[in-house]
Write a protein that binds this ligand. Structure first.
Ligand SMILES: [Zn+2]
Length: 321
């Protein structure tokens, strides 16, 4: 409660200093108008739904199973983007094939990368990404909370009549994300530290690894745009066999072919590695399922990882909601 109070005080002081003139004008809520918002990945769509609630009409371009690294805007998408009042995207080259269209849109529409105010010292720059930042920061829940702040601030600035609502909704959502972060930490600690090795289809889990104490290995690099070669498959297979890693993980937005090849290569070395399940990495699950939300997807991932690495009872069945 005290936190809410402090945040509201902060909000009031911020409002006093907002003097900028956002592009376009928000629709009049009194006549039933809603803000037309377009987002890229589902995790951002989820933030906008939680913070904007009934005040926004949000269209997410990338649904379940869609790989944002490879996604190109369709003609329909361009139309949706053109008619939007606000566009939220991840940035850090995640939506690399949409760079041109997003840059073009920013001339007329308020176009916001939700990661652009995150302290660059908190971002990872893995060597294989050649000096660029790793874009997958939603897997450290505390970093993704900063993206929530960015959406809240943008909506409040653009549609200042509803600032109080945006801040109240954001506080509620952020409290749930704090709980989620604790949940992931507690579940991760159930896996003995030497067994905390996560092998997945591509390098989406570096922030997860850093935040929750896992060594992570992806077959493909930070982007799925580069295919893994035979040498990559063999190298990873040797690593898995040597470390006797019990399970490796598919990803819902990446083809299973390459990782299945790794499994076969490990088996040919005389070690039996299981497919531990399919993780949601760059896209959420189906609408209407728990994994169709950011919170549900993160919970599903940690439960699946813990279950496969230590075996036995599903983590989620042991924890009360
Ligand atoms: Zn990715």
């Amino acid at each position: 409660m005290q936190r809410l109070y402090i945040s509201l005080c902060l909000m009031v002081s911020i409002l006093v200093f907002i003097g900028c003139d956002p592009k376009g004008k928000p629709p009049d809520a009194s006549v039933g108008g809603k803000l037309r918002v377009v987002t890229t990945i589902g995790m951002i769509t989820d933030i906008v739904k939680n913070v904007g609630a009934e005040r926004v009409e949000v269209t997410g371009l990338m649904g379940p199973g869609v790989d944002p690294h490879l996604y190109k805007a369709s003609a329909g998408d361009v139309q949706r983007l053109t008619s939007a009042q606000l566009i939220f995207y991840n940035g850090l080259h995640l939506e690399s094939k949409m760079g041109d269209i997003l840059a073009k849109m920013s001339g007329n529409t308020k176009t916001i990368a939700v990661t652009d105010t995150v302290d660059r010292n908190l971002l990872l720059t893995p060597p294989e990404f050649e000096g660029q930042y790793d874009p997958h920061l939603w897997f450290d829940v505390t970093l993704w909370m900063k993206a929530v702040g960015k959406v809240r601030d943008t909506l409040s600035e653009y549609d200042s009549d509803n600032t109080l609502m945006y801040w109240t909704n954001a506080e509620r959502y952020l409290a749930k994300l704090s709980e989620l972060h604790e949940y992931v930490k507690v579940q991760a600690e159930r896996v003995p530290s030497e067994q905390r090795i996560l092998v997945t289809a591509h390098d989406a889990f570096n922030y997860f690894g850093k935040a929750y104490g896992f060594e992570v290995r992806g077959l493909q690099g930070i982007s799925t745009a580069t295919e893994a070669g035979i040498a990559d498959v063999q190298e990873l297979a040797t690593f898995i066999a040597e470390k006797r890693i019990p399970a490796i993980f598919l990803e819902s937005s990446v083809s299973s072919r390459s990782l299945t090849a790794v499994q076969a290569a490990v088996n040919s070395k005389g070690f039996d590695v299981k497919i531990g399940g399919e993780l949601f990495s760059d896209a959420m699950g189906n609408k209407g399922t728990p994994e169709g939300t950011y919170i549900g997807m993160v919970r599903y991932n940690i439960d699946t990882i813990v279950k496969a690495l230590i075996g036995g009872t599903s983590a989620s069945s042991m924890v009360e909601d």
